[in-house]
Each structure stands twice: as structure tokens, then as C-alpha cells.
Design a protein. Structure first.
Length: 108
């Protein structure tokens, strides 16, 4: 998975401002040393009621179910994808039977 740097802002003074996609914390990092210079956490909502908290807990089950279903759909098509890749590799090998496949350990 490639690094997503959409939450990074480059400053003119050699500092990076990085926003965390999970918790929303903003970090200011020195580019040269990698040291965190400052941290700004989002304000917590202390006014949330017990009923709102219970709604969030109950909605967690549906979010987990949705995430599971999405992962299951991705893996359903995985067998077909791997079979297509194998067939393509087999076709390429059949085109030039004199060419010996490279040994992955010989890459040095």
C-alpha cells in the first residue's frame, strides 16, 4: 500500500505539519531531525450523553459487519484473479519454451 501524504503540509522553515487520519491530531515535525516539535489534539466532546455513547456502541456492530462484507467481496474474486494471472504466465511460458525461468535466488 503506498504512503498517503495528503495530510502533510510542507512549511518554508523546514517543518512538516502532519494530520493523523485516525484521531485528527496535528503534529509539527522538523524535516532535518524527524523530531516532533509540537502536537495539537482535537478537543474532546465532553457534552456527549450516555444515550449518544450507546448509539455509537450499537452502530459499531453494523460497521464491523459492513467491513467484513467488503473484505469478503474482495476475497471472493481473488481466486478468479489468481487463476487469470496463472493462465497468463502459462501462456507466456508456452510462447517461448526455450527460455528458462529466472531463479528468484539468482538476483544478486
Amino acid at each position: 500500500m503506498p504512503w498517503d501524504n495528503s495530510g502533510v503540509e510542507h512549511g518554508m522553515s523546514g517543518k512538516l505539519t502532519i494530520g493523523c487520519p485516525c484521531c485528527g491530531t496535528k503534529l509539527v515535525v522538523d524535516q532535518a531531525t524527524g523530531v516532533i516539535l509540537s502536537e495539537e489534539r482535537p478537543k474532546a466532546d465532553h457534552g456527549a450523553t450516555f444515550d449518544q455513547a450507546m448509539k455509537e456502541v450499537r452502530s459499531g456492530a453494523s460497521r464491523r459487519e459492513d467491513a467484513f462484507n467488503q473484505a469478503f467481496e474482495r476475497t471472493k474474486n481473488l481466486d478468479d484473479l489468481l487463476q487469470k494471472k496463472f493462465d497468463e504466465a502459462k501462456r507466456k511460458a508456452a510462447e517461448d519454451p526455450t527460455k528458462k525461468p529466472r531463479n528468484p535466488l539468482d538476483f544478486d
